[in-house]
Write a protein that binds this ligand. Structure first.
Ligand code: XMP
Length: 305
């Protein structure tokens, strides 16, 4: 991207050309990528665009309310409560790639339902360059690229940011005057908390992950990590009060990166780590242990699945 202003003008024109007089929908996740793509597409075609936010139940704490507030200026905004459908679709699945596919398929079906209702022919997506590279290789499929079902009922898919890196997307977001909560927000994966709970997705694990991720985002803000997260790994023995318990192990991860393709585990001070540990174990009686992940990418990935 040479110049942010000309990039924006060019993309708005491209979107307007591609969509023409038709209607389009965009999947809004609340992250910077989809929000920026939505803002560009809204500039291009206005109310012909219906932004759709699917509440999968796999989102961060308070995210649905934030979306409602931030995008209320777009009158066509739809918020779909699909929490039960996603939990049902994920029930019994333990393989990470199968999870991604189930979620990708779930998303696209939800969009198709709205697309039919608003008679939309186009799907706008916030896919960025690293998403495509990782999906083309064998690293793992991203739900919004490799996990798409084979038959997609749209005339076209438009990806205005497919050649950008994350820091360039943030530049575009700032130039478009998107709120800071959006433009500076840590990346959050499309499959959400489902890939931060190992093995089968259950409501109990999701609740532990949701609260722990909230603590991490709060406590690590001053470190300005590229991404920080908590994952629920499994169970271990612990002692709560006078009793031995079999509680969850929560892993804390904080990394520095430019584009997510490689990353370095961040060095945190002991006090911060202990405060995180005490909040996570204190706020949830079912958590027995908190561990810190010191692995870089490679050999690890940023997410756990
Ligand atoms: P990994 O775990 O592969 O993650 O090192 C690199 C970056 O991509 C995000 N990520 C995803 N984003 N769908 C997404 O939209 C996915 O399936 C997905 N998997 C990982 C991850 O959060 C990190 O920012």
């Amino acid at each position: 991207m040479v110049n942010v202003e000309s990039f924006i003008d060019e993309k708005i024109e491209e979107l307007a050309d591609a969509i023409g007089d038709a209607n389009a929908i965009i999947a809004l996740s609340g992250g910077v990528d989809s929000s920026t793509a939505a803002a560009l597409a809204y500039e291009a075609v206005g109310d012909q665009l219906t932004p759709v936010y699917v509440d999968t139940g796999l989102m961060r704490k308070g995210e649905t309310e934030e979306i409602r507030d931030t995008f209320s200026y777009m009158e066509s905004l739809r918020i779909v409560d699909a929490r039960e459908r996603f939990l049902d679709a994920l029930s019994g699945i333990t393989d990470p790639e199968e999870k991604r596919h189930a979620i990708g398929e779930g998303f696209i079906r939800e969009f198709e339902t709205v697309a039919r209702e608003v008679d939309a022919d186009y799907l706008v997506q916030g896919t960025i360059y690293p998403d495509r590279i990782e999906s083309e290789g064998t690293i793992k499929s991203h739900h919004n690229v490799g996990g798409l079902p084979d038959v997609v009922d749209f005339e076209g898919i438009v990806e205005p940011m497919r050649d950008l890196y994350k820091d360039e997307v943030r530049e575009v977001a700032r130039a478009l005057d998107l709120e800071e909560i959006i433009s500076e927000r840590m990346p959050f994966p499309g499959p959400g908390l489902a890939i931060r709970v190992l093995g089968e997705v259950t409501e109990e694990k999701l609740e532990v992950a949701r609260e722990a991720n909230y603590v991490i985002e709060e406590e690590l803000e001053e470190y300005e990590p590229w991404q920080a997260l908590a994952a629920v790994l499994g169970k271990a023995t612990g002692v709560k009060g006078d009793n031995r318990v079999h509680g969850w192990i929560v892993s804390v991860r904080s990394v520095e990166s430019r584009d997510g393709m490689t990353a370095r585990a961040q060095e945190l001070d002991w006090e911060t780590l202990q405060r995180i540990q005490s909040r996570i174990t204190g706020e949830n009686e079912n958590v027995a242990r908190v561990v810190y992940d010191v692995t870089h990418k490679p050999p690890a990935t940023i997410e756990y699945e």
